[in-house]
Design a protein around this ligand. Sequence first.
Ligand code: NAP
Length: 300
Amino acid sequence: MIVVAGGTGTLGTRLVPRLAGAGLPVRVLTRDPARARPLAGPGVEVVRGDVRDAASVVRALHGAGTVISAVHGFAGPGGVSPASVDRAGNANLIDAGARAAAAFVLVSVVGASPGHPIGLFRAKHAAEETLRASGIPWTIVQATAFMETWATIMSQPLQASGKILVYGRGDNPVNFVSAADVAALTALAVTDPGLRGRVLALGGPDNLTFNELAAIVQETTGRRGTVRHIPRPALHAVAWLTAAIQPALARQARAALAMDTLDMTYDPTPTRQAFPDLPETDIRLALKDLLEGDRRERKA
Ligand SMILES: NC(=O)c1ccc[n+]([C@@H]2O[C@H](COP(=O)([O-])OP(=O)(O)OC[C@H]3O[C@@H](n4cnc5c(N)ncnc54)[C@H](OP(=O)(O)O)[C@@H]3O)[C@@H](O)[C@H]2O)c1
């Protein structure tokens, strides 16, 4: 049994059908089983659990042969944070995985390190260290920014109000990878025992600035909008003023500043050469798939 924590997310909804389609039994751990409804099908079970609640994690991992952590607490419902989900929640998953004598695949980020300016990257590094020290068989999949996540963040306000928000100057190149490609690598990490003890880092074909991404989103949606920049001083002010009252907003402002200033480029060649059969999804294709998925959802 493969237990997928985060099976309902952008990556998880591409990963679970891939595993189940290969005839592997999958159990999705979610805080809200209603969110897993679109994943229903042969070979897919759903269990309620919260990675911050160790007892619920132990119950969810009963009989697991492999555990995949595709969760994060950077944003999203339920008052999550990188400290409670990526650090402590992953520690709960790893501990329960060890009790079940399961193998563990951790989805992390390219650049995870103890001194990184983005808190999520520090928490992911802590999870990687906990996993390495756990003694259970492990594989770490690190990914760059997901095209689907960032294109959605840009296209939703474009569709709703004709505006696109760009945080900061938007001229810093960032590597974007498709969540579909990361799902393919994660599935491989599950099924190939030869990949135990390895860190597999995946990026996409393009390093793009947010200004370039804004142009691609307009071109693909066929809708032109006004690009509004949130200046860096405004992001600094939000990060500072909301730290105590709205920590998630402050976290997002700090991360936006970091993404506007740090080297976020990545050369995916080594992993691409090692796994030549992995899909390499182009950003325009990923966006088209996303828009078609949205249309199907609206019709249903
Ligand atoms: N998005 C990116 O740009 C990006 C880039 C690199 C790496 N990654 C990594 O890829 C993985 C998947 O990210 P994503 O963007 O696909 O995520 P996402 O779409 O934002 O979804 C977040 C997932 O985390 C789960 N989750 C959050 N808090 C939880 C909790 N307390 N207990 C149980 N589940 C919890 C949610 O499940 P429920 O809401 O159903 O409980 C949901 O499935 C993460 O490890 C992330 O760090 C993402």
